[in-house]
Design a protein. Structure first.
Length: 128
């Protein structure tokens, strides 16, 4: 039996937030994953606070609502130390296994193990 690190636990909560369906579930998952002063920054967004983060997640999910069974998932392993972690992810269709979006994120953790900051990088996005 392996022990899940604080970094892996934070990343698991991160994906729970990104995959939460509905505003209420998303709000609860964001609050569980991010500290009150948490932030999220990537090439398309720069927000702070639970409401801002939940809005970014909702907007991203809406962009891909046409993709059947879409879900964000971890690719590879979480690499973490000293309250900082990096990991890669992709957005996958359950229908055909396609992954139209992929990226990598670097997070920093608050004292309570929740995410304080996310710095995201988009490695693959669909053509406009």
């Amino acid at each position: 039996m392996s022990v899940i690190s604080v970094h892996e636990a934070a990343v698991a909560r991160y994906f729970e937030a990104w995959n939460a369906e509905g505003a209420d579930a998303r709000a609860k998952a964001v609050a569980a994953a991010w500290s009150e002063d948490g932030s999220y920054t990537d090439p398309l967004a720069d927000v702070a606070g639970h409401e801002g983060i939940a809005a970014v997640i909702a907007a991203a999910r809406e962009q891909f609502e046409h993709v059947p069974g879409v879900a964000f998932r971890l690719t590879g392993t979480v690499d973490g130390h000293h309250g900082i972690a990096r990991f890669t992810w992709e957005l996958v269709s359950a229908a055909d296994g396609s992954a139209p979006v992929a990226g990598s994120d670097v997070i920093s953790l608050a004292e309570d193990g929740r995410i304080r900051t996310v710095h995201g990088f988009l490695d693959r996005i669909p053509a406009a």
